[in-house]
Design a protein around this ligand. Structure first.
Ligand code: IPD
Length: 283
């Protein structure tokens, strides 16, 4: 049977490339920075302009009435963040805005597509590295058209000691939250693991798990647009995706752990100190 969403998938790759070129060019000129939820939650005119380019192209191609859109900047400007059964695009025009502002070389465009609340495909364009990651449900994951697979550090609990784990600090700077984030990292580092890393973009972090460069990534406080595309990519690359308490992954929960395999995920979960965050779909 013909894949009903193949055309949308191919189009998403094209749009992500165009958007990434815009981001790359914008990074070469002066960047004006504003803040959103906190003094460290940054946004630029590029985030807003690129989101408009992406959503504008998708609406033109697929029609406004039938498809829905959840975009980071549209939500910041008051649009609802509710996932329905309708075909829905979930977009982060600039994942890694802080990196973008500082010229730290990891910035990604993230575009995902869900139908009946199930993610169908994801595209992450790491535009400064020119790496196009993509995955269609049931059809594998790719980076620049080469098939990718999670790391083979697996099989025994002891293998956690040969792993690299990614986590991020997010944008909540309340002391009790930062303490829990660092306490989790300290405990994981002391398992011990080979190292801790973080690229500054959740979408890219998930792709790093998908390529096998690292074994796991977790974060509390991310949003659905940061992780929706990466969720398909990491799963299609053979990885596992779950909540930070080991329960099922919930796109709107703002909590996510992905890993090359369950034994490593379960070991990390033992060390994560969970803190409360408001779900994306709470109005
Ligand atoms: C951020 C990045 C970062 C993560 C933050 C996100 P943004 O996304 O993904 O890695 O730690 O939680 O908000 O704001 O640059 O799109």
């Amino acid at each position: 049977m013909e894949d009903p969403w193949q055309k949308a998938y191919d189009f998403a790759v094209e749009v992500a490339r165009i958007a990434g070129e815009e981001v790359r060019k914008a990074g070469e000129s002066e960047i004006k920075v504003q803040t959103k939820s906190s003094a460290v939650d940054l946004v630029t005119k590029t985030d807003e302009r690129v989101e408009k380019i992406i959503i504008g192209s998708l609406k033109k191609e697929f029609g406004e009435g039938t498809h829905c859109f959840i975009g980071e900047e549209s939500v910041a400007n008051g649009q609802a963040c509710i996932l329905t059964d309708k075909p829905t695009w979930i977009i982060d025009p600039v994942d890694g805005t802080t990196n973008f502002v500082h010229g730290f070389p990891f910035v990604a465009v993230s575009i995902a597509f869900a139908v009946n609340k199930q993610l169908e495909f994801g595209v992450v364009y790491s535009c400064l590295e020119d790496k196009m990651y993509k995955a269609r449900k049931g059809k594998g994951a790719f980076c620049n058209d080469e098939k990718i697979q999670v790391s083979d550090v697996q099989g025994e609990l002891a293998q956690i000691r040969k792993s690299i784990i990614i986590s991020e600090h997010g944008t909540d700077r309340r002391k009790e939250v930062v303490s829990k984030i660092f306490s989790s990292m300290q405990k994981i580092l002391c398992i011990p693991v080979h190292g801790l890393r973080g690229s500054g973009t959740a979408a890219t972090n998930m792709c790093l798990v998908a390529t096998g460069a690292v074994e796991a990534f977790f974060e509390i406080g991310i949003h659905c647009w940061d992780i929706a595309a990466g969720a398909v990519i990491v799963t299609e690359a053979g990885g596992v995706l779950m909540d930070v308490n080991g329960g099922p992954f919930d796109l709107m929960s703002r909590r996510m752990l992905c890993a090359n395999e369950k034994i490593i995920a379960d070991r990390i979960i033992k060390e994560i100190e969970i803190f409360d965050v408001t779900r994306d779909d709470v109005q």
